[in-house]
Design a protein around this ligand. Structure first.
Ligand SMILES: Nc1ncnc2c1ncn2[C@@H]1O[C@H](COP(=O)(O)OP(=O)(O)OP(=O)(O)O)[C@@H](O)[C@H]1O
Ligand SMILES: [Mg+2]
Length: 265
């Protein structure tokens, strides 16, 4: 994760003939494009905050396409090479037509879509867990995928995420939402903000508890941007009573996993 994180906006020399593995993550809060070489070595990545997807559905087709095209253009400059194809991921349970719309967004930016994964499977390409649950707390939604013996055995999608955290900060500090977002994303503020946002995190934890009940989940793996909040894993752990772990840079797990799956159908 650290090696990938360090490559944001970086240039890299690409030998002619190298197969580039490209992952495009269309999220509610942000769009991320990650590029790996054929050995899964991270080359570069770019992201933009966006509100073109809501609850996993494309709500601004042209806007989403324009962002992907812009990110693709920036990455092509970093690499001096053209990106031709990409993998994408959708929340589990996304209908066939909505999956197709995700694909069309990426194709409208000039990339052929070679694989459409579901998000927990993409995340697990990085984490490689056999048993436990991956909890993906994004901007607007929390996706929970239970893994048993390496396969997804149950999935849940709940309407809670980082937006709720920011709303609480905005209300408490009497500041506009975008200012609350900025404050929240400043790691120096995390210690001070944690007590304030703990009730929201406890609510998320109780949602997780409700979902995994009866599924014999012994460990939680936290991914998604909201899990960047320092110390949040301890709140989740305390409330659910299940040990919770998070990798470095949890918002990058799914985009990286999508890129790792590029090319495999
Ligand atoms: N450093 C940070 N500290 C705290 N929160 C952060 C940080 N970085 C991002 N976030 C929050 O993470 C959320 C976005 O996470 P992520 O990029 O995983 O979501 P998404 O995939 O776009 O959305 P969704 O999964 O809901 O479709 C936003 O609410 C954002 O404010
Ligand atoms: Mg997401």
């Amino acid at each position: 994760m650290d090696a990938t994180y360090a490559r944001r906006g970086k240039t890299a020399a690409v030998r002619p003939g190298t197969t580039l593995k490209v992952g495009v993550d269309l999220g509610t809060a942000s769009i991320v494009v990650v590029v790996l070489d054929e050995n899964d070595t991270p080359l570069t990545w770019e992201m933009e905050e966006a509100s073109v997807i809501r609850d996993g559905l494309v709500v601004d087709f042209a806007g989403a396409g324009a962002i992907v095209r812009r990110l693709k253009g920036r990455i092509e400059e970093h690499l001096g090479a053209e990106l031709r194809s990409a993998a994408i991921a959708v929340p589990p349970g996304t209908g066939v037509r909505d999956c197709a719309t995700h694909g069309y967004v990426v194709e409208s930016a000039g990339l052929e879509v070679t694989s459409v994964l579901d998000e927990p499977t993409a995340a697990n390409a990085v984490l490689g867990i056999r048993d436990g649950a991956i909890v993906d707390i994004g901007g607007g939604t929390t996706g929970i995928a239970v893994f048993s013996e390496g396969a997804v055995s149950a999935v849940f999608d709940e309407p809670t995420g980082g937006t709720h955290v920011s709303l609480v900060i905005a209300g408490n500090r009497k500041i506009p939402f975008p200012d609350a977002e900025r404050l929240k994303q400043d790691p120096r503020m995390h210690r001070e903000l944690l007590p304030l946002v703990t009730p929201v995190l406890q609510k998320m934890a109780s949602i997780v508890s409700g979902c995994v009940k009866g599924h014999d989940v012994k460990v939680l793996y936290l991914v998604g941007g909201t899990c960047c909040l320092e110390g949040m894993e301890r709140v989740i752990e305390r409330e659910t009573g299940i040990p919770a772990f998070k990798p470095a840079h949890p918002f990058l797990v799914t985009p990286l996993g999508i890129a790792m799956n590029c090319g495999s159908r």
